[in-house]
Design a protein around this ligand. Structure first.
Ligand code: ADP
Ligand code: MG
Length: 398
């Protein structure tokens, strides 16, 4: 990191490292901070299933959001984002309502923590993230969890990671206005180094699924983020609810698409309008694929896992209609590289990232094979990197 003279700090974001955060904090707020970290995530399979009470297989990333924090003696929260070079403050007794900016995530977490009975103290906070924002790697959940963790810590409150995940989801649902499921906040809290988690989004039971050292998870950021993402997300949720309403009248015990089997859906297909049937078919088959994928990974059957990833992408594209030209192209280019088992869009869709499962020995050449071809076709310079699953939220260790 390079810093200019005091008061005129010019931060070179390219060389900025999370371990520079205490120094930056000291300069801005004049105190010694504690630093906490919460990771972003990549979902290997099980897309758009979390809000249908289904199964997901995310891994926490080494890319993370860091929150440096020091207590204040009043009830004020002052916060600065290094990434956005933006700051704001609010009184814990009078938090502002939604303004449609990054401050919503922070106010939302503070409000929901207090609603849940935690008593927060005022604090100065500085956040810095190594995650790209709005790329489907869940910089939003990482921000919520990092700040929530930091606030609880300096307020002397006990930290229950499951409670924190649920509170951060409520902050995003109620305060930001994004009806996301529990996956992102859950994995940011509960990530395990070197592993993905199979999570049952209904019971929240979860199981660690180790990533074999002979394979690599490679993430390809298309560098596009279409505006459609949040309105279409809400629309998909409504369509799933409609499918449940129609199916529950003829199949006993259906309260979510999680309760519907692949064959059962085919039997009752005539009850659903064409679009609703397609949406339901994606969710129902994706739940089955997620479970099959875990069995394949545990059996070291990477070819099968890759086929399931490819099928997931096709289903998201054709039935759920949440892919886009750039994601399709990236997935196609990735699959053509020798040593790639499979590739699919990951995250909500309409841009963001593709995830590929790659033979370890092929990972080093992967970016050279995919990057230039993608750039030539789109004029966009993609960000391609190997991800090593890291641990969930906690104190930052530098
Ligand atoms: P994703 O979660 O996939 O990255 P979202 O649109 O859900 O995409 O969340 C991105 C938003 O989260 C940003 O637009 C910004 O408002 C907020 N955000 C995430 N990280 C930071 C950060 N380090 N500083 C400020 N705001 C952030
Ligand atoms: Mg998000």
């Amino acid at each position: 990191m390079k810093l200019g003279n005091q008061g005129t700090d010019r931060i070179d974001m390219q060389t900025l490292d999370a371990k520079d955060l205490p120094l930056l904090f000291q300069r801005r707020f004049g105190a010694e901070p504690l630093v906490f970290r919460a990771p972003g995530r990549v979902n290997l399979i099980g897309e758009h299933t979390d809000y249908n009470d289904g199964f997901v297989l995310p891994a926490a990333l080494d890319l993370s959001t860091y929150a440096a924090i020091a207590r204040r003696s009043d009830g004020v929260i002052r916060i600065h984002s290094v990434n956005l070079n933006s700051d704001f403050s609010f009184d814990l007794d009078q938090p502002q309502s939604r303004v449609g900016a990054w401050s919503d995530y922070i106010c939302g977490v503070a409000v929901e923590l207090e609603k849940s009975g935690y008593r927060l103290l005022g604090a100065d906070i500085m956040v810095f993230s190594t995650l790209p924002m709005g790329s489907g790697l869940s910089a939003s959940a990482a921000l919520e969890v990092a700040v929530g963790y930091a606030l609880l810590n300096v307020s002397g409150e006990e930290i229950d990671l499951l409670d924190l995940a649920k509170i951060c989801q409520r902050a995003e649902n109620n305060f930001v206005g994004m009806r996301c499921g529990i996956m992102d906040q859950f994995i940011s809290c509960h990530g395990v180094e070197g592993a993905a988690l199979l999570l049952d989004c209904r019971s929240l039971e979860h199981r660690t699924v180790r990533i074999d050292p002979s394979v690599r998870i490679v993430i390809c950021n298309t560098m596009v983020h279409h505006q459609l993402a949040s309105s279409e997300y809400t629309q998909r949720r409504r369509e799933c609810e409609e499918a449940v309403a129609l199916l529950s009248s003829s199949i006993e015990g259906v309260t979510a698409l999680r309760d519907v089997g692949v064959e059962q859906l085919e039997e009752h297909a005539a009850r659903l309008p064409a679009t609703i049937l397609k949406r339901a078919r994606h969710v129902v088959t994706e739940n089955a694929r997620a479970l099959a994928a875990v069995a394949a990974l545990e059996a070291r059957d990477f070819a099968e896992f890759g086929q399931l990833m490819n099928a997931s992408h096709e289903s998201l594209r054709n039935d759920y209609n949440v892919s886009c030209a750039e994601l399709d192209l990236m997935a196609e280019l990735a699959r053509a590289v020798p040593g790639v088992y499979g590739a699919r869009m990951t995250g909500g869709g309409f841009g963001g990232c593709v995830v590929a499962l790659v033979e370890a020995s092929a990972a080093a050449h992967f970016a050279d094979a995919v990057g230039p071809a993608y750039e030539k076709a789109t004029n966009l310079s993609p960000m391609i990197f190997t991800c090593f699953p890291g641990p969930g939220a906690g104190p930052a260790i530098f």
